[in-house]
Design a protein around this ligand. Structure first.
Ligand code: PAF
Length: 284
């Protein structure tokens, strides 16, 4: 496994690999890796020959009042996880390498970035789409692996790759969870043991909502209220910022559950906001 610090060095390695007919897998991350990231690298390693993992805490996607300066970082540990999961190149660039001058060219994926996380964090998704566009230009022709935990991000990245003809096939990968169902996230490190255990209600409420839908409930208001009621019973979890019931492909809010449905929520538990979602396929 090679650690690179510059874009030019990474291009050279990837060009050489592609010249030998090797296929490239790309796993963009912000580091502080966990089993969820490892599963993305493993999925990339199963389908490709060269696996580029990027580790970059992207300032553009943090608002001024968010946790950029103390976002958890541990490069040595990350490199061990990358190696064990099958990464072959790790690009860990500096902020100056990624943004040598104030950036005036940005990418915005209009509709998909409006609701849910976009409504809570108005500048977040432009920061994500801009850095992912840069990472796609670094990765070149490749398959890129993203977790379904950030479901809105995944939809937005898919649309951006298609709209802008990036030579990148987007692969969505299932959420990896802790024993109590809590979706893995680098920000889980901010949770106390009690909060971590309480946060299990997020996934329980989503699974219970799916059971309700599978038992025949089609009214989105009823299903949404069911999720809110379950979460309200857990005092360490705040009232969710949103519980959205949407079409899985378009992210359009649904009144009536039909077809491929995704239930997506975000709630604060102590310091971090935690995200989770679940899919259910119903008759159209
Ligand atoms: O999901 C993340 O970790 C980040 O949003 C990403 C895709 C690496 C862009 O910084």
């Amino acid at each position: 496994m090679q650690l690179t610090r510059t874009i030019a060095e990474t291009w050279d390695l990837l060009d050489a690999a592609r010249a030998q007919g090797q296929r490239v897998g790309l796993v963009p991350t912000m580091g502080f890796l966990h089993a969820g990231h490892a599963s993305l690298i493993e999925a990339a390693a199963a389908d490709n020959d060269v696996i580029l993992t990027t580790i970059f805490v992207n300032p553009l996607q943090f608002a001024a009042d968010e946790d950029l300066s103390d976002y958890p970082r541990d490069l040595d540990r990350d490199l061990e996880i990358c190696r064990a999961a099958g990464a072959t190149i790790v690009l860990a660039p500096s902020v100056d390498e990624m943004y040598p001058q104030p950036i005036v060219t940005t990418v915005s994926v209009d509709e998909l970035s409006q609701g849910m996380e976009g409504a809570q964090r108005p500048t977040h998704f432009d920061g994500v789409s801009t850095v992912v566009a840069k990472l796609f230009n670094i990765g070149g022709r490749c398959r890129a692996y993203f977790g379904e935990k950030d479901f809105q991000q995944l939809a937005l990245v898919r649309r951006m790759a298609s709209d802008l003809s990036f030579p990148v096939e987007i692969v969505g990968c299932p959420i990896v969870r802790e024993d109590n169902g809590l979706a893995m996230s680098s920000r889980n490190t901010y949770l106390s043991p009690d909060q971590r255990s309480a946060a299990g209600v997020l996934n329980r409420s989503l699974r219970s909502a799916v059971a309700l839908a599978e038992a025949g409930e089609r009214d989105a208001h009823v299903v949404r209220q069911h999720v809110l009621d379950m979460i309200a019973a857990e005092p360490l979890v705040s009232v969710p910022d949103y519980v959205a019931i949407v079409d899985a492909a378009t992210l359009e809010p649904l009144e009536t559950l039909r077809g491929d449905v995704r239930i997506i929520l975000a709630a604060q538990v102590g310091r971090p906001r935690l995200l989770d979602n679940i899919g259910v396929s119903l008759a159209p």
